[in-house]
Ligand binder design. Sequence first.
Ligand code: ADP
Ligand code: MG
Length: 509
Amino acid sequence: MEPILKMVSISKYFGTFAANEDVNLEVQKGEIHSLLGENGAGKSTLMNVLYGLYKPEKGEIFFEGKKLNLNSSKDAIDVGIGMIHQHFMLVPVHTVLENVIMGMGKEKGFIIDEAKLEKEILDIANRYGMKISLHSKVSELSVGEQQRVEIVKALYRGAKLLIMDEPTAVLTPQETEELFTTLRKMSDGGMSIILITHKLNEVMAVCDKVTVLRDGRVTGRIDIKDTNELELTKAMIGRELSPACKDNTCCKGDMVLELKDVSYEEDKGAKLLSNINLNLCAGEILGIAGVDGNGQKELAEVIAGLVHATSGNVFLGNEEITHKSISEIINMGVGYIPEDRHKRGLVLDFSVSENLILKDYCKQPFRKKVFFDFNVINNHAEKMIEKYSIKTQSKNDEARKLSGGNQQKVVVAREVDKLPKLLIAVQPTRGVDIGAIEFIHKQILKAKEQGTAVLLISTELSEINSLSDRIAVIYKGSIIGEIDQSEFEESTIGLMMAGIPKEKAMQSL
Ligand code: ADP
Ligand code: MG
């Protein structure tokens, strides 16, 4: 059968850097096709080419047998290609209906048959099992609902091929399941879907075919029924993984961190954390699960001293640190892997060796009286680069020259190597490749084994599950419940992430 989409020999350069090199992609009608690859593999670039946002340096695109000449996303939409970006593009103050019809000219006409319009849109939503309420404001919707509006909007514009860029990154497991049900219905109805992801289980669960990208090139084109996660991993990273393996015996030591009724309000008065109670012992990993944006960042910052609790108390060991400064808290033995490594974790203009001592440069042994001891600093850097397999041409290279995964390794190396009493790790592997993820996980487990208490804040449930001894779920700034690792059920946690208390979440399964 002639494929609905054929991308032939696409090359796209940024300067001299090849984000896509000779990429071929074929998608059949009614197929769910995964575009799989690590961060930076070139997936979004390729799809932006298909959606008319980038002009490739080389290559041709055929859609329904016809050669395309795309100059804008409007050209792509006109032929029936829809794209749902990682960040939604809805107007929050408008209603769902307004957002769906926006820009189509229909809202401007003199006579709008609103009832007919609504029926058309609801028919589309119902056909694929999507619940939407047309008169709600987009700002009132959950992320999952907003995504449905984006899908309906693309379908209403006549999409025959729908591109979804990492759609599950912002969803709870249940919302992901619902999305997959919708995608299956769409493919049964003859729609073609390109699903961008780096999650292998999703590829296996919902896709028919997969094209794997690595460093801008295709490294695999495989039928899902003939493959497995191992083969896909190899295509993705060029080798096999030996995943971090947790020793399930948690030998807990003394209490290291305790939060008592901690609340935090912004200046404007919005309550971002309310009445949080948590405790964490030496040698234990407490995972904080939750959908992004439910207070995770604030929780980490309140403990690290970047902001101060509005009420309640934070204790490190026996000492209260509620109102201490970040430098005092660091000096008491707290390591911090922040969510945004560019803003808080690294100074990108500084060298790798400077970044490796960022917080200790004033201290022995790096300082001799008023001078830095460059011998010690350089030796330290060389040792750390070797020990933590940081890929850099030189210890004197600026941090910005490193890949994302290696930048994160610099932060992890610096924070873990000093064997802190408490390690706060926020999204420690976000945006890094699976090779680096494996490595970072091992470092976190090693720290735990050596007695560090680890607070692991992550939106990746697989990460929480594979590392934590206990899991607390955060929802709208509150801890909605806590479960032991032995009780881990993705569906229970998923419901809790949507705000359903533990007992109810467990019953409803
Ligand atoms: P993916 O979506 O697979 O994570 P991208 O397609 O976003 O990867 O990026 C591929 C590579 O191209 C990355 O190394 C990225 O830094 C680079 N890149 C992407 N967009 C641009 C741009 N506008 N300018 C320069 N480099 C870019
Ligand atoms: Mg991308």
